[in-house]
Ligand binder design. Structure first.
Ligand SMILES: NC(=O)C1=CN([C@@H]2O[C@H](COP(=O)(O)OP(=O)(O)OC[C@H]3O[C@@H](n4cnc5c(N)ncnc54)[C@H](O)[C@@H]3O)[C@@H](O)[C@H]2O)[C@@H](O)CC1
Length: 546
């Protein structure tokens, strides 16, 4: 688990230390960690620090201060240091330290953008200390132009010398919003970002995630004062601890029965992918409801699936999967019944469209998990807007620029848990709380049929959680024992996942399994094979608590 906070949350945690006069000490800790990372980046890139050309872009705030103290350290290790002051002034003690060590400082307006850009492009290491958590909006004015010029010159520099400046970002790549990961203007993409006091949401969420490179967090002593994180990223090892595994006391009903309303004469494949994935993910039993021809295919493909042409109101399951490929009238009727049922449900594709219409009458519930991609989320939010639930619907670009924000808006408006699929999948609970992020998948996941597999295996987990909530809660408590959270942050997150947030956590875990399955068969273009789901599960911890 990687918890991540808003910039303001980290600043609030820092406040008591600043009030007690400990600001300079925090900065020295931060700068020390930053300098060590710069040393390893330089050693990797050119073998040594001595003789390296280090150029520092330093803003007028504390972010610039961190960069200056780190640069003074690098200068003492033998690097040449040139500081370009991008704001009206420099953090004075930091600038004094650079000068005392033999480095040079000049102001951007004095040297001109052309000279500054050439200097940046000739550097071995470019330290981006323009803006951190105090930023308002993207880079503006001359420094924005400078960064644009450097970005334009980078390919040419790489061609000519086969080396390019290694960009290390201080706390955040400048121009990326700490809380959302949005980047409204030009940004220097970093190979490495060194953050302080706590990972920021922007390091986890796209597009900030892709601009941050490798992120390392330097503890500076404020961590005990952090609140509940804004984002929690799940990793493969969380799957090993949390995915339910059968015990000797289990039988098929205690492991969870999944009902699948997917596929139709036109799209029978969706039924196969959903049911096969649900079986492979370890469902106690899978019930399939659909037309005769599709039922035959499902039975041939997975003889253990129990198929019928019944309606959801007539069968007993612990959770539903509804929507993929379900486009005929009979399946639409079944989707409406799933939407009206008490059981948790994964609502995908056609079921999301049905939800849009339903919102005119009523909102949904946290145990109902919507799984749109960006385009489907735009359609859903367009319905929400039409019903007066939100002020305006976003464009697809806006959703892709702030996935966590719009998933949260959709969850609040619909009342459902919303899992927004993407290279970083985000899951938002309707009651707010941390967004859960998942990014372990292969890019091959962006292929037709992939979402059907996710829906099927997510149904298996929802059935387990609904059937044995006590067992899942116990697993979650054990997992939290080892979580990198303390104090109020831990308690708040515990409360969240004991309530509505449980469904967001479960949906995100399904996305982690899906992501791992996409790499279990190698990085190939077939991420959905059930055998990969099995392989992804069996590579984990085989001895869970009963
Ligand atoms: N929060 C913490 O725990 C710690 C924070 N530290 C550093 O302090 C940083 C925050 O420092 P500050 O509050 O001084 O803020 P910043 O250094 O991020 O930026 C503030 C300055 O940038 C200007 N500015 C804001 N938006 C701008 C824009 N779009 N274009 C151009 N200029 C803009 C402001 O006028 C102000 O002068 C953190 O990111 C981190 O690097 C560290 O020193 C150690 C501890």
């Amino acid at each position: 688990m990687i918890p991540a906070w808003t910039g303001q949350a980290v600043r609030d945690a820092e406040r008591p230390f600043l009030d007690a006069g400990e600001g300079p000490a925090l900065m020295r800790w931060a700068a020390h960690g930053l300098a060590l990372e710069c040393v390893s980046v330089l050693r990797r890139a050119r073998g040594s620090v001595a003789g390296a050309k280090v150029v520092v872009l330093a803003g007028s705030g504390n972010n610039g201060g961190d960069a200056l103290w780190a640069a003074a350290d690098l200068r003492r290790r033998g690097a040449g240091v040139e500081v370009i002051s991008t704001g009206g002034r420099l953090h004075e003690p930091g600038a004094d330290a650079v000068r005392a060590a033999g480095g040079r400082c000049a102001a951007l307006p004095d040297m001109g953008i052309g000279t500054a850009a050439r200097m940046c492009l000739a550097a071995d290491l470019l330290l981006d200390g323009v803006l951190g958590t105090g930023a308002e909006g993207g880079l503006r004015g001359p420094v924005g132009e400078l960064v644009e010029r450097v970005n334009q010159g980078l390919p040419e520099r790489s061609r000519r010398t086969s080396r390019r400046p290694q960009v290390v970002a201080v706390d955040l790549p400048s121009g990326v919003e700490a809380d959302t990961g949005r980047s409204p203007g030009e940004v220097l993409g970093a190979v490495s970002t060194v953050t302080f006091g706590g990972t920021k949401a922007a390091h986890v969420l796209p597009p900030g995630r892709w601009l941050s490179g490798t992120v390392s967090n330097v503890a500076i002593g404020i961590e005990g004062g952090l609140p509940v994180p804004a984002v929690v990223e799940l990793e493969d090892r969380d799957l090993d601890l949390l995915w339910p595994r059968p015990t000797p006391a289990d039988h098929k009903y205690t492991r969870g029965v999944v009902g699948v309303v997917a596929g139709s004469p036109r799209y029978p494949g969706a039924a196969l992918l959903c049911t096969r994935s649900a079986v492979a993910a370890g469902a106690g039993m899978v019930r399939y409801l659909g037309d005769e021809n599709t039922r035959s295919l499902v039975t041939l493909s997975n003889p253990e699936v129990v198929s019928s042409d019944e309606d959801p109101v007539d069968v007993h399951v612990q959770a539903w999967v509804a929507g993929p490929g379900a486009v005929d009238d009979d399946q639409r009727r079944r989707i409406d019944q799933v939407l009206a049922s008490e059981e948790p449900a994964v609502l995908d594709a056609g079921a999301i469209a049905a939800v849009g219409q339903l919102l005119g009458e009523r909102r949904l519930d946290a145990r109902q998990v919507l799984t749109p991609h960006a385009g489907e989320l735009v359609e859903l939010l367009t319905w929400c807007h039409a019903w007066g639930l939100i002020e305006r619907a976003p464009s697809r670009e806006e959703v892709e620029g702030d996935p966590a924000g719009w998933a949260g808006t959709a969850a609040t408006a619909t009342g459902a848990t919303v899992l927004l699929k993407g290279a970083v999948t985000v899951v938002a609970a309707p009651s707010g709380g941390p967004v859960v992020a998942v990014a372990n998948g292969s890019p091959w996941l962006a292929s037709a049929g992939s979402g059907d597999c996710l829906a099927g295996l997510a149904g298996t987990l929802l059935a387990h959680v609904a059937g044995r909530p006590d067992r899942f809660d116990r697993q979650v408590q054990d997992w939290l024992e080892a979580a990198p959270l303390e104090g109020g942050a831990l308690e708040g997150f515990r409360d969240h996942v004991s309530g509505d947030g449980r469904w967001a956590l479960a949906a995100a875990l399904a996305a982690v399994l899906h992501g791992r399955a996409s790499t279990a068969g190698g990085e190939g273009p077939a991420p959905c094979r059930p055998e990969y789901i099995r392989a992804a599960l069996t590579s984990g911890n085989p001895h869970p608590r009963a």
